[in-house]
Write a protein that binds this ligand. Structure first.
Ligand code: AGP
Length: 592
């Protein structure tokens, strides 16, 4: 995904305001960035840089930016390598645009625009050329922009400035959200509310099939027949977006230590949120659908519903489920899980479930997101803004929401009131795990191993999958997670004395089988780090992290991941990787 921003109005250091906004949008992509603005001669000026936003900031400092109309962009590459020519804004002779999304018919449009010279490989460039083409064939820039939008296929949030159209930004969106607000003498557009001035209290979301025209201190909306229509203003909750590093060195470490607060605030919200006015007892099956770390929460949800409610529940990877045979009916409940609420595949899965007449409930950390708006019901997560690309506190909070939902389904099926005492959050254990020093030290040991496997059975296998993803995505060390009983069916061939096995055991019922699995590993020279509330023979364990034996393995799904979240973080630091902004990734993937 990418981050786009636009501002019109009398604003001191408007370029600094835009750069600060790009820093707040950096979580959406950080391959390259740029600005375009109409200068006082109504010429379009463009400044772009590859790499970190600091590079653009330095570049801008070498230019005179005097304008009252500016658009800005930070990129996560989908089409075309990371380069200045592929960086946004994209231009044609009279136009500059920034875009978040994918234009799926850009080849076809490029053929139509064969009289134009394309300078890059990015699909978004075709928007600028098409707008220029339509400008030559329209009475007004608004009419040209409307024609351009109608010819685009795919997903987009677009901001467009036109030479001569002083202090005007044209905006449209399809699937990729964009919001606008008025603040003092300025009007602002952005991919995320987080960039709006903290005093902002209301905003508009640009809807599908409409055009928004920002002019100096004026916001207008039009339908695609260019009839002026009314925008719908919404309330803006600053607390949902407030972020600060405080005295932590990275957001990821801060967000790991925010886990107790995230769980506590989410529990309070779940208890107080208006009753889910839905009869949960009638569903024969529950499907949990998500991507990445959220998919691991989906696995947690399915496991909890099966274990606690005795009904069928299944987790699906969204990008797989949308193209798989659809075996569902209106007696099935769908639960989509998404931190951002903007993940393209998860939104597509929701649309497919609704096309099949199914009720969709979302668990999301972003109440104003597309997913929340499209859902029949929302179970809110109140973890606070999660900035680090690697999700931590929201994973824990989503697992809590799943536990709450499973207990609610169970209570309704038994015609009982929900007993919140069944949802035990062991804050003492969480504090102990957070304050342990082991992981910081063990990072020095871990980096010496050539092969790393995470093992677990049933609920522990889910934690093992999440632990493996955390390690991969911020340290770039390859690892895999396996069900402990599966290793011997092939992958054991890879185990030797340069292999580290990180094994989870939180359910006493699996002890004997874990002993067998670890014996097979030890017999081949592998080393073992065990995270468990059980005691295993010393000969099988080289390193261990003691987990408390006072909680059920289901409740431990809320926090047994913490040591591996910390280990991934400290290993990344050891390897001089940026844990907040890992290479190639973005915080939310709003494209297919
Ligand atoms: C998590 O550490 C990753 N950054 C990634 O897998 C993420 O969980 C996934 O892209 C889903 O994002 P969402 O929760 O915003 O839908």
């Amino acid at each position: 995904m990418c981050g786009i921003y636009g501002i019109i109005g009398k604003c001191k250091n408007i370029d600094k305001v835009a750069i600060n906004a790009l820093y707040e949008l950096e979580y959406r992509g950080y391959d390259s960035s740029g600005i375009a603005f109409l200068n006082t001669n109504k010429e379009i000026k463009v400044i772009k840089s590859t790499g970190k936003i600091e590079n653009l900031e330095k570049n801008i400092n070498n230019h005179e930016v005097s304008t009252e109309c500016l658009i800005a962009h930070t990129r996560w590459a989908t089409h075309g390598k990371i380069s200045t020519s592929n960086a946004h804004p994209h231009t044609s002779e009279n136009v500059a645009i920034v875009h978040n999304g994918i234009i799926t018919n850009y080849e076809e449009l490029k053929n139509k625009l064969n009289s134009y010279k394309f300078y890059g490989e990015c699909d978004s460039e075709v928007i600028a050329k098409l707008m220029d083409y339509n400008l030559q064939r329209s009475k007004t820039a608004l009419e040209a922009f409307c024609k351009t939008i109608k010819e685009l296929k795919g997903s987009y949030a677009i901001e467009c400035i036109v030479k001569g159209e002083y202090n005007t930004i044209f905006i449209a969106r399809k699937e990729s959200p964009i919001y606008v607000c008025k603040y003092k003498d300025t009007v602002i557009a952005s991919s995320d509310l987080i960039t709006f001035p903290k005093q902002t209290s209301t905003y508009f979301e640009v809807s599908e099939n409409q055009i928004c025209e920002l002019k100096k201190s004026k916001i207008k909306f039009f339908d695609l027949e260019l009839n002026e229509i009314k925008g719908t203003s919404k309330k803006y909750d600053i607390n949902e977006n407030k972020v600060s590093l405080n005295n932590y060195s990275h957001f990821m470490l801060k967000e790991i230590f925010d886990i107790p607060k995230a769980l506590n605030d989410t529990m309070k919200k779940l208890e107080s949120s208006d009753k889910l006015n839905i009869d949960l007892s009638r569903f024969e099956k529950v499907h949990f659908i998500a991507c990445g770390t959220a998919y691991h929460s989906a696995c947690v949800g399915a496991f909890m519903v099966q274990s606690l409610c005795g009904i069928d529940a299944q987790s699906h990877i969204a990008s797989e489920w949308i193209d798989s045979p659809t075996l569902c009916n209106k007696n099935h409940l769908f639960v989509m899980i998404s931190q951002s609420g903007e993940t393209f595949d998860t939104i597509l899965a929701l649309k497919k479930a609704k096309q099949n007449g199914c009720i969709c409930l979302s668990i999301t950390n972003t109440s104003y997101s597309t997913l929340a708006n499209l859902s029949d019901y929302v179970l809110p997560i109140v973890a606070g803004k999660e900035v680090a690309v690697a999700s931590t506190k929201v994973y824990n909070a989503c697992n809590l929401a799943c536990l709450y939902l499973a207990n609610k389904i169970k209570a309704e099926r038994q015609n009982l009131e929900l007993n919140l005492n069944d949802i035990k959050i062991d804050y003492n254990e969480i504090t102990k795990l957070l304050n342990a020093e082991f992981e910081k030290e063990f990072a020095n040991t871990l980096i010496n191993y050539k092969t790393i496997f995470f093992l677990g059975k049933c609920e522990d296998y889910i934690t093992a999958m999440e632990a493996s993803l955390k390690l991969k995505e911020i340290t770039y060390i390859n690892s895999s997670a396996y069900p402990s009983g599966e290793l011997k069916h092939g992958t054991l061939a890879l185990v030797d004395n340069e292999t580290l096995i990180i094994a989870y055991l939180t359910n006493a019922n699996y002890t004997d089988k874990m002993i067998s699995a670890l014996s097979e590993v030890k017999a081949r020279g592998g080393k073992v780090l065990l995270l468990s509330n059980q005691t295993l023979p010393k000969a099988l364990v080289d390193y261990s992290i003691k987990l408390s034996s006072g909680n059920s393995s289901i409740n431990m799904l809320l926090y047994s991941i913490i040591p591996m979240q910390k280990l991934a973080y400290y290993t990344a630091i050891k390897l001089n990787k940026n844990p907040d902004k890992p290479r190639n990734l973005a915080k939310s993937v709003t494209v297919a």
